[in-house]
Design a binder for this molecule. Structure first.
Ligand SMILES: Cc1ncc(COP(=O)(O)O)c(C=O)c1O
Length: 208
């Protein structure tokens, strides 16, 4: 299916009975036990969020996705999931909010080395025994530097580390990092995915 077709059909779960052409918004916080979709409580799952996650996973050619209330929340969730004492290799010009999150919120918990990700030798030299995450953002905000996803993926694989790519600036229209070896894709869907400057959102899409 073409990108445009996936965008409008994959997540549009319209109940047959009403023949609505657009999925209705489900406001219920709680769901009766034994429902077909296995929904329990809206923080854990909700039909609309599930649809959004489905379409994001399809557009990024991933297996699954998790939607967040912002790009910052999505990125921070990745750092939060690392074991304490992990080392992160991150871009020296990464998006400032996530840079601040790494340094200010996780500063005493994880170690971070900021490098020019377009310089593979510098990336190689930054690797430590406890490197657990390579964080890339390509093109980067604000300098629009380009990182070779496949090369960093090879380094991450050799290290047994995760490669996460902030794909906000190109969107899945132009780049699918999971197909180039990344394990995780992050989005600020506040930007091109939202498209109209009228929503705040974030997402993580996983290879498996
Ligand atoms: C590349 C990039 N990543 C992440 C974010 C953070 O996203 P949000 O503003 O949705 O929290 C932004 C926001 O400007 C961004 O430009």
């Amino acid at each position: 299916m073409k990108f445009e077709t996936l965008s409008i059909h994959v997540g549009n779960a319209t109940p047959e009975r009403h023949r609505a052409v657009v999925q209705p918004i489900t406001l219920s916080t709680t769901f009766a036990h034994g429902n077909e979709a296995g929904m329990v409580y809206t923080r854990a799952n909700n039909p609309n969020r599930e649809s959004l996650e489905k379409v994001l996973a399809a557009l990024e050619k991933g297996e699954d996705a998790a939607a967040f209330s912002s790009g910052n929340a999505a990125g921070t969730a990745v750092y939060q999931a690392l074991a304490p004492g992990s080392h992160i290799v991150a871009p020296d010009d990464m998006y400032h909010g996530l840079h601040n999150s790494m340094v200010q919120l996780f500063g005493g918990i994880h170690e971070v080395t900021f490098v020019d990700m377009s310089n593979l030798e510098a990336v190689r030299n930054a690797i430590q025994a406890n490197t657990a995450l390579f964080w890339i953002e390509t093109p980067s905000n604000p300098l629009l530097k380009i990182t070779d996803i496949q090369e960093i993926a090879a380094l991450a694989k050799a290290q047994g580390a995760i490669l996460a790519c902030d794909n906000t600036f190109v969107s899945p229209v132009f780049q699918n990092p999971l197909q180039l070896g990344a394990d995780l894709v992050m989005h600020s869907s506040t930007k091109y995915l939202g498209g109209h400057s009228d929503l705040l959102g974030g997402a993580l899409v996983t290879k498996k």
